[in-house]
Ligand binder design. Sequence first.
Ligand code: DLZ
Length: 167
Amino acid sequence: MHDSTVKGIEFATKSAGKDLRILIVHTRWNSPIVNRLVEGAKQTLLESGVLAENIVLHNVPGAYELPFATQKLLKASAGSTKPFDAAISIGVLIKGSTMHFEYIADATSQGLMRVGLDLGIPVIFGVLTCLNEDQAFVRAGDSSRGSNAHNHGIDWAHTAIEMATLG
Ligand code: DLZ
């Protein structure tokens, strides 16, 4: 049953998260914004029935490191008794005055897609690519920074559960 609409996407409510193990890899770059996104994702996973001990957090320096770390941690868990069912890779890129933003955004999105397809485990793209800090805070649910604030970490958690239980 689908009855919860978030930014045009309908997610199944009370998703069956109770048997899932979810990896969250997040950056330390832009941590005030990233922490809000991680909290939104974590809270939503818990509300969807994922057990606290089955939500594993790992941090890396920046977005460019997300694909490598996500791949390494997913691979390491593959042989364990309770491998990860999905990963959410979270970071915030804010455009500066050089070409850094474009290179990192491109490499990170391509890299995360590749990790998911190569390993056959859903990897959720939790990277905001914003033109300024206000845009990023609004997308991390901070209503003091602009109208229509919404924490995208919530959507990423729902997406992780849906993709982990696909089929
Ligand atoms: C270097 C850099 C810059 C300029 N901006 C960001 C950013 O906005 N968000 C982010 O997550 N990381 C940034 N980084 C760091 C790179 O992602 C990476 O950590 C370094 O280039 C080292 O590989």
